[in-house]
Write a protein that binds this ligand. Structure first.
Ligand code: F0G
Length: 457
């Protein structure tokens, strides 16, 4: 059969609440035109993020009832550690409460002022955590990654020439190389196994470790299975294991492909034992003891199971197919999106869709507000509000792309929700030329998108 069904039945439901256009106009005004400041209850379809927002399985709930809340050496910790080791094969596992705390702790141990950390594309918190160490976060994706309409099976790949040049010129300033799978800021695009191996080879030549930002490792594995020669008959689990075999460590937000509401970890190879030791000290200082890292025993159980469920082929097939389904609808409507569709989200190319709004008036932010106003859909801007402010807090610069991300929580919405989203997009299409640009009226000095106040111009 052609229909890709949701590979689960629904056991627990939560109502979503309809609001009127006039109510939404008022809520948006009260939220200072910042979707992050809306009340979630006033949102009908929440595509703000796929992070920590998914539905848990009956297996996860059952395991959570058995969570061991002992402070040290809890049974749940050993489940967690084993699950991470089964997939990553890495020797040191440090639990954290989410991805950015893994980043902060690892960077505290490895990154010094003046360092440069290259990545295919840093996500906002990764970039901010590197900059907070007085270092530079450098994005070096392949050139195709910066052109939304260009098709490439592995648009998340890193540009090897730029990496080689950086390491030849200044390897003493590069504490490690990072690869983000999938490349979230670049459109949820996968990194090929070939590229992972090539990046690793360059790292080995220069004696620099390779760290994976592994948030969406399972979705990346699925794309490798679908698109890379030689992997069609491999299981997502064995592909994931191979990905991790090429790296020296990873940071992970279990809120994504850990299928959990909270959680994360750092995992490091035996060659980075010293770093692991230093991270453990930081962990105890700010997260908690090394066998819980800021998580409850039931959270550890939830992640232990979620990591494995995320690698289930039926689940991954449905997950990626539902994103592609919305992508096809957008294409039919003539709405420009980042091509090909990525793993966890549709990225609308707002600069192309709203050419009358200059980058200085934040077209993607304006579009995100319009999607809420017209259909109660919450999305997130990945453009010049998110990335336009420089680390010194002053200069405005244009982001490479003006995107609106519609990120799908895992196992949460059904096909009719997706049909509704497409219908709202069609409605937005009819008024797109009337959408006005935005201006910032108040902003903090870093990560401004979370709390800035804006107004239509
Ligand atoms: N790295 C990537 C690639 C991410 O997408 C995220 C989070 C993090 C690190 C940080 O993890 O949230 O657990 O601290 N991304 C979320 C998003 C917030 O909406 O894409 P965290």
């Amino acid at each position: 059969f052609k229909t890709v069904i949701e590979p689960f039945s629904i056991k627990v439901v939560e109502p979503v609440v309809q609001t009127t256009f006039h109510q939404r106009a008022e809520y948006l005004r009260q939220a200072h035109y910042n979707p992050f400041l809306l009340r979630a209850e006033d949102v009908l379809i929440d595509l703000l993020t796929d992070s920590g927002t998914g539905a848990l399985s009956s297996q996860q709930w059952a395991a959570m009832m058995k969570g061991d809340e002992s402070y040290a050496g809890a049974r749940s910790w050993f489940h967690f550690e084993q699950s991470v080791k089964d997939i990553t094969g890495l020797s040191h596992v440090l639990p954290t409460h989410q991805g950015r705390s893994a980043e902060r702790i690892l960077f505290h141990a490895m990154v010094k002022p003046g360092h440069i950390v290259p990545n295919n594309t840093h996500f906002d918190t990764t970039r901010a955590n590197i900059e907070a160490r007085g270092a530079t976060a450098l994005d070096i994706p392949i050139p195709e990654a910066r052109v939304p309409s260009v098709h490439h099976p592995f648009k998340g790949d890193m540009d090897l020439e730029q990496l080689r040049k950086l390491l030849s010129d200044s390897k003493e300033r590069v504490p490690f190389v990072m690869l983000t799978v999938t490349n979230n800021s670049g459109g949820g695009q996968p990194v090929s196994m070939t590229n992972i191996k090539q990046v690793k080879q360059v790292c080995v030549e220069h004696g620099v470790p390779l760290i994976l930002d592994a948030c969406r490792f399972a979705e990346n594995s699925w794309f490798i299975k679908q698109r890379e020669k030689g992997y069609a008959d491999r299981s997502p689990t064995s592909i994931a294991q191979e990905m991790f075999a090429h790296v020296d460590g990873c940071t992970m937000s279990a809120k994504k492909d850990g299928l959990s509401n909270i959680g994360g970890f750092i995992a490091l190879s035996a060659s980075l034992s010293d770093v692991a030791e230093s991270c453990r000290n930081q962990l105890i200082l700010t997260e908690g003891f090394v066998t819980y890292g800021g998580l409850a025993g039931y959270d550890l159980e939830c992640v232990a199971i979620g990591l494995k469920e995320a690698l289930n082929s039926d689940y991954l097939n449905y997950r990626i197919a539902s994103i592609e389904y919305l992508g096809r609808k957008c294409r039919k409507l003539g709405i420009p999106i980042v091509e090909p569709t990525g793993g966890h989200a549709i990225y609308i190319d707002a600069a192309s869709w709203l050419p009358h709004i200059p980058s200085s008036e934040y077209p993607a932010w304006a579009l995100s507000c319009a999607l809420y106003l017209i259909g109660g859909i919450r999305s997130v801007e990945i453009g010049s509000v998110m990335f336009g402010l420089q680390p010194d807090g002053t200069v405005e610069s244009q982001a490479p792309m003006e995107l609106v991300r519609l990120a799908f929580p895992r196992r949460m919405y059904t096909q009719s929700h997706v049909d509704y989203v497409a219908e709202v997009m069609a409605a937005v299409q009819t008024v797109a030329h009337k959408i006005r640009g935005m201006k910032i009226v108040k902003q903090p000095s870093a990560l401004r998108h979370f709390s800035a106040h804006l107004m239509p111009v």
